[in-house]
Design a protein. Structure first.
Length: 67
């Protein structure tokens, strides 16, 4: 896998927010326990609680709209 897990913060970058529950990260980087998913060309982050709840759907590569 050649995907990067952390992307450098851009000037004016916003704080990372969970796409499902709205939990915010403490910085412009997603914590290592969060999951990043690219859906319809858009990067979405999911906190560890939401990721644990929906792990089967995530591993099946279902879009979050199906959860």
């Amino acid at each position: 896998m050649d995907e990067e897990t952390h992307h450098p913060a851009q000037p004016g970058a916003e704080i990372v927010v969970c796409a499902l529950c709205g939990t915010t990260a403490d910085s412009a980087y997603a914590p290592p326990t969060w999951i990043c998913s690219v859906e319809n060309g858009r990067r979405q982050y999911f906190c560890d609680d939401c990721a644990r709840t929906h792990i089967r759907a995530i591993e099946s590569r279902l879009d979050s709209a199906w959860w």
